[in-house]
Design a protein around this ligand. Sequence first.
Ligand SMILES: [Zn+2]
Length: 265
Amino acid sequence: MKDTSQYVTPIKLLEELGIFDPREILLEAIAEHCGATIIYEPLEGCEARIIGFHERAIITVDNRASRPRQRFSGAHELGHWLRDRGKVAFACTEKAFFTEWSQDNPEQRANRFAADLLLPEFMFCLRAAQREVTFSTVQDLANQFETSLTATAIRLVEHGSFPAMVVCNDMGKRRWFIRGPSLPASLWPRDTPGSGTVAYDLLRGQAWNKGPLDVYADQWFQYPNAKRHGVREDSVRIAPHTVLTLLWWKDERPLIELDELDERE
Ligand SMILES: [Zn+2]
């Protein structure tokens, strides 16, 4: 019996293979090293799937997706494999890749694995240090790592130099959000962004991506004094009804105020 507690982490894998540069993260070769072969062909009803038994697995990735999406899907399936080696069968839909970022479940863990493998912290932090929290930065990093905007934006919020959050709205409602480590835990975005946000216009198909814009914090959050605070918003449409938003506190004073408020309660 294999001891599943000895599950291989992405960082161990990269070390084992002597990979230190984003250009060396060759997903197919890494998967082979783990006993999984990645093949590309059209898939119906899912973006990627894996079937594995004993020491071998076959990962199939939809060949019609963009290359960053294919890489992420492949790495996600590899994550399922390394967790449940021996016997595994998953078919993962687009929903699993786009919405399962906040709950703790096998899909979320596979997404985390993919992010840690394709955007390893030790390579990412170096390149993200002191960079503005905008989609222009995200795009540049995504090009270097050959990863999707969503995965790269999450990474920037979690490992960048400034306080920030990424929020995903779908059909007008919040799907998920990820808070940067320095943000107060009481900070929750509203269920729907206010009409004074770029995301609001994008969700209604009314505007083009405008680039970063300063908006009132109460358009995104409900906390005392939010009306008086600002936050820098950068929103992009990533699918016909899905908008991804970066919120960046260039001025950190509201966060300090909020921390004090939380402590008093
Ligand atoms: Zn999955």
